[in-house]
Design a protein around this ligand. Structure first.
Ligand code: NDP
Ligand code: PMR
Length: 398
């Protein structure tokens, strides 16, 4: 594997350095197990101070050159190798799952979270009320309803000089009560535009940055959902997800020359969301097929559980918002708190045990993760390729 191969020479060259050598050597064979290995070291106050001053890439690069091992820096005091702080970009981190994951990761002090949000003030307030320490996060503007904004975000991120170790495509909108479609700045139906097309461009552009990262485990995560999978009871609640032959998407989802729906049908806000989740899960698999072997990057998707209290349901009728949480808690038992869902997403970002690529993660009622099965359509490789090619054209990559 590319990841392990890139570790090997450093492991050998570091072998003479006593204790540090063991850590690096083990990482060569266990991949990202190095993350786990350094828990105690990250808690040492002297190392924390050092990490906090490591915001510029110049410093990080200088250190990694000095120790000749990916993502490792050297403690001034003991000469031990330690993993530098990881940098994770999370879209839509101003509420719900994104915020909870940002909080969980920031609290470890091993991650710097770049909160990529459309509302700067809301994100800042959310981070503060979540108790996130200033040095563990930054906020950058990103409006996924505009491809220009996506391009500007990427430019701004590169200007910031931070490396990129993990990207989480989390933001989404759900418009179940909309009678008519609304459109992105680029003229595509809003739910698919934001949830899929904006993220598709972002993921493709930032792939270059992930490739450059020297962090031991680089990951690109796209949120999926049970409701986009028709092999589940939840996925069979009407309107069911379905992309058909993608004729609406091929027409740009502009609602004039083509339908606003991917399958070319009548507009349905709830279906548009579920369709966008199929796109998210297909995109993750296509990324895996195209890039995992050559880059060693881990591509994954997940269903974090039913987080029935988040802002996702803000446009639903009040009665739904009242009944949905108890329905999920007591009837389906699919309910999960924002805190718990945040821990789950944080695992997909950072846990050594969740480093396998091409996986759609889910959790059982004891909060144990497992590799879940996607529906036939959400795992259709031919459709994934077609989706990729049409999406490339729509976002200006082809
Ligand atoms: P929230 O509504 O709480 O969070 C969505 C986030 O996306 C918000 O921060 C929102 O920003 C942001 N966002 C929306 N539109 C844009 C845009 N144009 N540009 C940038 N950011 C935008 O929902 P959840 O936390 O529930 O959802 C997070 C993810 O989890 C989604 O991908 C969803 O599909 C997935 N998911 C959720 C489930 C659930 O039960 N809630 C179940 C399965 C999957 P702002 O704060 O400004 O509105
Ligand atoms: Mg669903 C059997 C389990 C189950 C689970 C885990 C979910 C999750 N739902 C389940 C069942 C049912 N739901 C049943 C039996 C019904 C009919 C009463 C039902 C209804 C329902 C509605 C109206 N459920 C919903 C809605 C929504 O508007 C939500 C939605 O589809 O958002 C896209 C939703 C959800 N149910 C879930 C989850 C996770 C959601 C929302 C979020 C998402 O998929 O992203």
């Amino acid at each position: 594997m590319a990841l392990q191969a890139s570790f090997l020479p450093s492991a050998l060259s570091a072998r003479k350095e006593g204790k540090a050598a063991c850590i690096v050597k083990e990482s060569a064979f266990l991949g990202s197990s190095i993350l786990e290995h350094h828990k105690s070291q990250f808690n040492a106050p002297v190392l924390r101070t050092k990490r906090e001053s490591n915001h510029s890439v110049g410093v990080v690069k200088a250190q990694t050159t000095a120790v000749a091992a990916p993502g490792l820096s050297q403690s001034a005091v003991h000469g031990k190798k330690v993993l530098r702080k990881g940098v994770v970009v999370i879209t839509g981190a101003s509420s719900g799952l994104g915020l909870a994951a940002a909080k969980a990761l920031a609290e470890t002090e091993k991650w710097h979270v770049v909160m990529a949000c459309r509302d700067f003030l809301k994100a800042e307030k959310a981070a503060q009320s979540a108790g996130m320490a200033k040095e563990n996060y930054s906020i950058m503007h990103l409006d996924l309803a505009s491809l220009d904004s996506v391009r500007q975000f990427v430019h701004g991120f590169r200007q910031s000089g931070r490396p990129l170790d993990v990207l989480v495509c989390n933001a989404a909108i759900y418009r179940p009560t909309a009678r008519k479609p609304t459109y992105t700045a680029d003229g595509s139906e809003m739910s698919v535009g934001v949830n899929h097309l904006g993220h598709f461009l972002l993921a493709n552009m930032l792939l270059e940055d992930l490739k450059k990262s020297d962090y031991p485990s680089r990951r690109l995560i796209i949120l999926g959902s049970i409701t986009g999978n028709t092999n589940t009871l939840a996925g069979n609640v009407p309107p069911k997800a379905g992309l058909g032959d993608l004729r609406g998407l091929a027409g740009g989802l502009d609602g004039r020359n083509s339908s606003a729906m991917i399958d070319g049908g009548e507009f349905d806000g709830a279906k548009a969301y579920k369709d966008s989740k199929i796109c998210n899960m297909l995109t993750m698999q296509e990324l895996h097929r195209r890039f995992h072997e050559d880059t060693g990057i881990t591509f994954t998707s997940l269903y974090p559980g039913c987080i029935a209290t988040t802002g996702l349901f803000r446009e639903h009728i009040p009665l739904f918002r009242l009944l949905f949480p108890p329905f999920q808690k007591f009837i389906t038992k699919g309910f999960v708190s924002e805190d718990e869902s945040g821990k789950r997403l944080a695992q997909v970002v950072a846990d050594a045990s969740l480093s396998k690529s091409g996986v759609y993660w889910s959790w059982n009622n004891n909060s144990a993760s497992f590799e879940n099965q996607l529906s036939e359509e959400a795992s259709d490789a031919v459709k994934a390729q077609k989706l990729w090619e049409i999406s490339e054209k729509l976002v200006g990559l082809a």
